[in-house]
Write a protein that binds this ligand. Structure first.
Ligand SMILES: NC(=O)c1ccc[n+]([C@@H]2O[C@H](COP(=O)([O-])OP(=O)(O)OC[C@H]3O[C@@H](n4cnc5c(N)ncnc54)[C@H](O)[C@@H]3O)[C@@H](O)[C@H]2O)c1
Ligand SMILES: O=C(O)[C@H](O)COP(=O)(O)O
Length: 613
């Protein structure tokens, strides 16, 4: 009765949680347009989110327009909870195709903007190549991302997101279930009874209370296993080179070296990810250091144990028993040397498979995929630098500025090309300023002018490196309340299309700031200007004399070109001056030529701050 009441009481909480998740998604949609700019989502999607008329769209408009015009196609390649599928259906066309062959996946992937997988689908380089640039998001409905080629994903600018928390408890519970089953021979005794044998003496187990459990990998699952093992009266030690000893101590767990863990453990529970470092971590050397009769549970990944070494350790009695949920090849082939052994208990990768965990995983991954498709930096993105939401929020206006400055600088380069990009941030934060997002946006602004690659936070550094760009960043401490006072972008090009853009340093230099959330150009070369960094920009260098401004504006007026901003700067009276003019329409070559011919004008150039449409 009490249990029933408790579960009824919990139900509204779960519903509330889902509503919250949905609300979070909607809230994020409100920021969609801005975020699209941050990450450079596909042109079609961006266009769909743009308002027809000038001005910022309301969040409602963004959601509605995006939904109608640019529905992404989302391939759900493995069974996903209904709630998550329904969430995905609200934003995209969802294709649930389970159990595809590799060939079927390769054939389908170029039609998909996102794919949702669990651990069975291998998203290899071949898959990314077959997607021909369309795949923008891989959503792993679970934790382990060892089945996704992250390097290949990053190279093509594809975001990989996972659901890092929803199955933690399920995995920990399965670990404990296997630990108990292993200690008490539950599976073997059950099999014997079903086979008609009553073997009370054969299946005498070992006690867990007072024994030492060595947890290898003290992350989310490892610490939940520790918590539960303490409840069983075990002494818990953990080996994890990256874990905090304080956090462990708070749970009554001692962090020890690998050798100490190996020599102390009566039971081992593995909870590290499969990486090149952990592959085969439990091999002959490790087993040789264990106490005779130790027992080992693996709910992490098959590859962390060397199967042949475990077979030898079992044969030698060093290991008394093993319980495995995961295998190097899944499902394990018929000749797997461990599955058929009576001293090994096996489950078919069930760690995350509880009803509750799968429901929550589905919501968690759907939320992450939707957010990633909108170009947002989701906290569970595993192949982009983590930028905390609060950092993202405060840097947001500066990302457009950084993009615009990169865009302007590269358009001022005359043919010769360049290799060095110097970015200087003037910020009261000094060295504490997180510049990764801003650097990526400068690179994006530059590269979008010279490549067809889609550039985003995931691949900006990589693409810059591939193009041989050397990015040099400097943060200059400054006064002020704003997180940034100015960003300066300078490129070490030989020659500029607009000679006044070359600063005394010899570099083409533009600098800007943010006013009322809008980016402004504040300096070009050595001249201070004040111009909204948007639309088309015309730069004019002239002798400082009366009549030139009138001449230039007349030329624009004659051609129906509206001036949105104008800023004039000079070195000194009667010497050199420059005009930076924002115009609503792109001036033709004839208009530029006519301005050039105005007496006193020495050079004219244009650049565009219009984002690719
Ligand atoms: N069987 C299942 O169904 C199931 C379910 C969930 C998670 N998992 C697996 O469990 C593992 C842990 O998941 P998690 O959510 O706790 O991840 P996590 O990232 O929270 O924890 C992993 C921990 O491993 C540690 N680690 C990394 N390299 C190590 C090394 N060389 N030696 C020791 N420790 C190392 C990390 O510091 C981290 O603390 C992953 O492999 C995941 O794929 C399996
Ligand atoms: O890494 C994980 O999340 C688990 O291994 C679960 O994998 P699954 O989603 O294939 O059950």
């Amino acid at each position: 009765m009490q249990l029933a009441q408790a579960s009824t009481a919990l139900r509204p909480a779960a519903t509330q949680q889902r509503n919250l998740a949905a609300a979070r998604v909607q809230q994020r949609a409100a920021g969609a347009l801005r975020s699209l700019e941050v990450l450079g989502v596909p042109v079609a999607a961006r266009r769909a989110c743009r308002p027809a008329a000038a001005g910022r769209p309301s969040s409602m408009a963004v959601v509605a327009v995006a939904a109608e015009a640019a529905k992404p196609t989302i391939l759900v390649a493995e069974k996903l909870g209904k709630g998550g599928v329904d969430m995905l259906k609200e934003v995209g066309t969802v294709d649930c195709s389970y159990d595809m062959t590799k060939e079927e996946l390769l054939a389908k992937i170029s039609l998909c903007d996102a794919i949702v997988i669990r651990s069975a689908t291998k998203v290899t380089r071949e898959v990314f190549e077959a997607s021909k640039g369309r795949l923008k998001v891989v959503g792993r409905a679970g934790v382990g991302i060892d089945n996704v080629d992250l390097a290949a994903a990053s190279e093509v600018g594809c975001l990989v997101v996972n659901a890092p928390t929803a199955n933690t408890v399920a995995a920990a519970e399965h670990g404990i279930a296997l630990l108990c089953a292993l200690a008490r021979n539950v599976s073997q005794a059950d099999a014997a009874m079903k086979d008609g044998r009553w073997e009370r003496n054969k299946w005498v187990g070992v006690s867990m209370v007072g024994k030492t459990l060595a947890i290898m990998g003290f992350g989310k699952v490892g610490s939940e296993v520790a918590r539960r093992a303490k409840g069983l009266g075990m002494t818990v030690v953990a080996y994890d080179p990256y874990a905090s000893a304080e956090k462990a101590a708070a749970l009554g767990v001692t962090i020890v070296s690998m050798d100490e863990a190996l020599s102390r453990g009566d039971f081992f529970s593995l909870h590290m990810p499969l990486t090149p470092n952990t592959k085969g971590m439990f091999g002959d050397d490790a087993f040789a250091k264990m106490k005779k009769g130790a027992r080992i549970v693996n709910v992490a990944r098959g590859g962390v144990i060397d199967d042949d070494a475990l077979v030898s350790a079992l044969d030698a009695g060093v290991v008394a028993g093993a319980a495995l949920d995961v295998y190097e090849v899944e499902p394990p082939p018929a000749d797997n040397p461990l599955v058929g052994r009576p001293d090994v208990i096996c489950t078919p990768h069930l760690g995350a498979s509880t009803k509750e965990a799968q429901e929550e995983v589905a919501y968690e991954i759907a939320e992450a995929v939707i957010s990633a498709l909108k170009g947002e930096l989701t906290p569970s993105c595993v192949n982009a630098p983590m930028v905390a939401p609060e950092v993202l929020k405060e840097l947001q206006p500066y990302t457009t500025l950084a993009d615009g400055l990169g865009r302007a600088a590269v358009q001022l380069v005359e043919d010769s090309g360049f290799a060095d990009v110097f970015i200087t941030y003037h910020s009261p934060r000094g060295d504490d300023l997180d510049t990764r997002l801003l650097r990526a946006m400068v690179v994006k602004g530059i590269l979008e002018q010279i490549t067809t690659s889609q550039v985003n936070l995931v691949n900006a550094d990589l693409l810059a490196k591939k193009r041989g760009l050397r990015i040099v960043e400097t943060v200059v401490p400054s006064d002020g309340d704003a997180v940034l006072r100015e960003i300066e972008v300078a490129v070490g090009a030989g020659k500029s299309k607009f000679s006044s853009a070359v600063a005394p340093s010899g570099r083409i230099t533009v600098a800007g700031t943010v006013k009322a959330d809008n980016p402004f150009l504040t300096r070009i070369g050595n001249f201070d200007v004040d111009l909204a960094l948007e639309g088309e920009v015309v730069m004019v260098r002239q002798t400082d004399q009366p009549g030139i401004i009138a001449g230039v504006s007349t030329e624009f007026a004659k051609n129906g070109i509206n001036i949105s901003f104008m800023s004039v700067a000079r070195e000194a009276r009667g010497t050199q001056a420059i005009m930076a003019i924002g115009v609503d329409e792109t001036p033709s070559a004839e208009v530029v030529d006519a301005i050039h011919k105005i007496p006193g004008v020495q050079e004219v150039t244009t650049f565009s701050e219009k984002r690719a449409a």
